[in-house]
Ligand binder design. Sequence first.
Ligand code: ADP
Ligand code: MG
Length: 624
Amino acid sequence: MPIRLLPEDVASRIAAGEVVERPASVVKELLENSLDAGATRVEIETRDGGAKLVRVRDNGTGIASDDVALAFRRHATSKLETSADLEHIGTLGFRGEALSSIAAVSRLTCITRQRDEPIGTQIRLEGGEIVAERPTGRPPGTEIVVEDLFYNVPARRKFLRTERTERRHIDSFATRYAIAYPNTAFSLVHDGREALTTPGTGDAKEVLISVYGLDLGSSLLEIPPSLTEGHTIRVSGFVGPTTVHRANRGYITLFVNGRWIEDIRLSYAIIQAYHTLLPVKRYPVAFVMVEMPPEDVDVNVHPTKAEVRFRDGDAAFRAVQRAVRATVISKAPASAEWSSDARAADQLTDAQLDQRRRLAQLTPAQQQRINLSALTPARSDTSPTRIGTDSETISNGPASQGPAGPTRGGDDATGLPPLRIVGQLATMFIITEGPDGLYLVDQHAAHERVLYEELVADKVQGQIPRQPLLEPVSVSLPLDEADSLEEVLPTLQALGLEVDPFGPGTFLVRAVPAPLQTQSPEDLLADIASAAAGVGASSEQPFDVETSGASSPILAELEEMVIRHICKRAAVKAGQVLSHEEMARLVKDLEQTRNPRTCPHGRPTVVKISTEELARHFGRGGSL
Ligand code: ADP
Ligand code: MG
């Protein structure tokens, strides 16, 4: 179809809004155009996170020389003619706004040649004005170079985040399209460094592996297309087995009719499909593509087309939920295990296997002791009086802040009295006796609290004990998460986690915080990366919080997050049998903490039942 200006009535029905927010929006729009042009090869290049330069080169249809200037006019498109066409959009673009919007805020060069034309065209625009146009030679296809984005809109330029953040947005977009379009060969280069290449052979699994890394990529299960063959709504893609899960929803990707969208309900359909198969608060990894007749989905609801509206949302929900569930169930191991250690042995690296073998030679009690002893160096020199202790109540509420006096010796609101160990209950609680009643200690929560305070103390002194790995373990992460992680490597170093970048999306873990030596480095890194991405996201708002010795509030937040994570992973679990000595040690350590009554996540560590209350239960009416 030739390019033409949309009639006023059509243009006015188009969801309006800003399409160029940041370099990643430029990449998105140009990439969509290349795919709409049927390209089988798309090369993306950026400099300075795309602020200096974004180049997208394709081997698609090209633009006819007579149409090139027109393509840069607002509402000029070859993809739509009448307003009826808006009801069934089969292309990624349709508004004819992207090229004009991008050209308006940059210096843009477009070199293009249509296949059946003998010669191509080069056009140059600055701030939206054409400054040069001439015939030129080039192979069929289109190359668009966007330089100095927002050079003429300083206010907008100021809002650009760090290069790394911008790159992360570009990565997350490009990698998803690379997976969804396995027949197209993609390459992505940042500042001369190759970040992604896909072969374009149509093998989606191969692309998944190059994006997610070998471990994660090859573990994903394909949704059999046969499940929904012949249905109005077809579902395809890849989902993680039940042994693979993440701390947030960031690993759930949805495509509808070839377009990456955000849709809370469909994401929920995927999460639902894993109901009872994953541990609580853990989310699946899923890349789900839905195809349906274009008239059943309205893509003209959101300025950047990131959201869509379904004619029958329930049907879409059911189709996705069923297809994903059927895939996961049919491939689930006989007993779905939740622990991170449940990964099939053939997915582990040699170094991990070694480590696992060494650990396997220890009895569970020995392993436990390693955990406990590594974490609880005797601290008999702890001063009995602490200043500025947070006061806490024994109730479930989060700690209330306030000054408090000495914390040992009596059952004031903050400290714990000396407790005598009675025994263990349900391999979860330690039963203890205090001066005035029964104290039940949650062994996991208590250990978390002990670890937390020790690690914070170690951190303040500048050294969390680290455990070098015998052999470095290589871990691959999706590019966008890898970027977040790279940003926080120096912080991790101080926390005992020694990680070096090792090629695009890959890291070498050389040492882990000693308390975490029995954990899988992959899971640890994946969790930290996704949390770091979250921490980075909150940095979008300017923030002025006092810093805790970290060089910035963001790092402080991250440190805190990593430390809590370490505590959670390393603390003794419910279900672990503890010896009398271990219980005594743990309770004693808990008594010594500043805030013995809650775990670092705010849950209570101790529940007290007074002797009076017990007496009442036995009908002694308060008289002992
Ligand atoms: P839209 O994609 O909504 O039509 P754009 O402003 O992105 O609007 O592009 C305007 C037109 O320019 C497109 O309709 C298409 O005809 C042409 N065009 C843009 N990029 C390319 C490309 N890479 N290859 C071929 N044609 C292109
Ligand atoms: Mg477009």
